[in-house]
Design a protein around this ligand. Structure first.
Ligand code: PMP
Ligand code: GLU
Length: 418
């Protein structure tokens, strides 16, 4: 028997993807599972966006395209980031389009890290945790070392400027920011982000290679009163900030697989071109007839109105699920300000036993028992890092009826614990 590469054999599977697949397989086999694992809107892609892709397909837009996207689409994204996010100095040449935010993240991380570095150095990713489950494995695959920066419910899951200043050292390569965040729904205010940018700027002699990677994929899903702010708009750090975004969440386009990255300045252009070189050896361009759909999504006012309707629905659902969780003893939860997840602390249930006799001693054990005995799929928090091991993630990107149904089951299950 031959073997797998060590890098891939040791790669941690995505728990969010795995649990979602598992819930879907159970549903397909006839089990009445209520799924709260998927980080994807239940809404359909707005009609004009679909129509734009259909029209492009019928018009024969079916061939290879430039690797990072056609210029009209890259220009449209640069315009969006300039006008909405106030990022200075962007042109289409500073934009890379790839097959989803995850793909663009993968490519950009591989353009930053090396498996070996001069002088035996190992580049570090500064990762505020709990964080989305893909940042750390992708960094490690690329040869980087992940340095977790702990946050807690008491600080609203936000790192402080002092914490960042202490963590920065000559090996610091990437600072990951994700506001609104998956899994906590945390948002950093403009003042918070300016303070973090100031630290990065002031420590530029200590960590000259540090790049801020800001994942803003949930920017349109905000409802907690904190407006979204792009750290890439702060002039002192603009040219060392890579802004990552995509169509999946804002436009209910998860299955289309479209993400993009932007970095202004001369180095930005070099960096984006390097992403193109790598992508040119991976996947080449994204599906040719979807570029028209990107332009439509970014420019059509009726689509913007649908995005707003979705945002309002998420706001209502956030309130609903917070109200239902508050009724469950042993469970505490910080109110999300954006995205569509809650991340309750369930450690109050640890030590108890389920009706089938399973001892709940971790978030993983709780999630497994909930799926097995109550047919609800939540994501255990361990793989999100830090204090995540005391939490579970519940995606509320589903109907109010499903939220109520799932919370009924969760409450009944907790009630049945001995
Ligand atoms: N960033 C975050 C924080 C996410 O939750 C996701 C969801 N998978 C992504 C990036 C990537 O999404 P996609 O690949 O669908 O664009
Ligand atoms: N981002 C979503 C989630 O966290 C989709 C799955 C994934 O790519 O991780 O559930």
């Amino acid at each position: 028997m031959t073997t797998l590469s060590r890098r891939v054999a040791s790669l941690k599977p995505s728990i969010t993807v795995a649990l979602n697949n598992r819930a879907k397989a159970l549903q397909a086999s006839g089990v009445d599972v209520l799924g709260f694992a998927a980080g994807e809107p239940d809404f359909d892609t707005p009609q004009p966006v679909k129509q734009a892709a259909i029209d492009a397909l019928l018009a024969g837009q079916t061939k290879y395209m430039p690797t990072l996207g056609d210029m009209p689409t890259r220009d449209a994204i640069a315009k969006k980031l300039t006008e909405e996010n106030h990022i200075p100095g962007l042109t289409g040449s500073h934009i890379a389009i790839g097959a989803g935010g995850k793909h663009v993240l993968f490519t950009s991380i591989h353009c930053l890290f090396d498996t070996t570095c001069p002088g035996d150095r190992q580049w570090e990713m500064l990762l505020p945790v709990p964080a989305w489950v893909s940042y750390a494995p992708i960094c490690e695959l690329a040869g980087g070392k992940v340095v977790e920066m702990d946050t807690t419910p008491d600080t609203g899951f936000r790192i402080t400027p002092e914490q960042l200043r202490k963590a920065i050292n000559p090996n610091s390569r990437v600072l990951v920011l994700n506001s609104p965040s998956n899994p906590c729904g945390t948002m950093y205010t403009e003042a918070d982000l300016r303070a973090l940018a100031k630290v990065v700027h002031e420590t530029r002699d200590i960590a000259p290679d540090l790049v801020i990677l800001t994942d803003e994929i949930y920017e349109k899903i905000v409802y907690g009163g904190v407006p979204h702010f792009s750290i890439g708009s702060v002039p002192e750090v603009a040219e060392r900030t890579l802004t990552l975004n995509g169509m999946s969440k804002a436009y209910a386009m998860t299955g289309w697989r479209i993400g993009y990255a932007a970095m202004p300045g001369d180095f930005g252009k070099t960096f984006i071109n390097a992403m193109g070189t790598l992508q040119g050896q991976m996947s080449t361009n994204i599906t040719s007839f979807t570029y028209a759909a990107i332009r439509e999504a970014l420019s059509n006012k009726a689509v913007a109105a649908e995005v707003e309707t979705m945002r309002q629905a998420f706001a209502t659902r956030a309130k609903l699920i917070m109200g239902r969780l508050a009724e469950i003893p042993g469970v505490t939860c910080v109110e999300p300000q954006g995205a569509f997840y809650v991340f309750p602390d369930v450690s109050g249930l640890f030590g108890r036993t389920t009706p089938k006799g399973v001892k709940i001693d971790s978030a993983l054990a709780l999630s497994e028992a909930l799926l097995d005995e109550a047919h609800v799929a939540f994501v255990p928090g361990e793989d999100f890092g830090g204090c995540g091991k005391n939490h579970i993630r519940i995606s509320f990107a589903c109907s109010e009826a499903q939220i109520n149904g799932g919370m009924d089951r969760f409450a009944k299950f907790v009630d049945s614990l001995r």
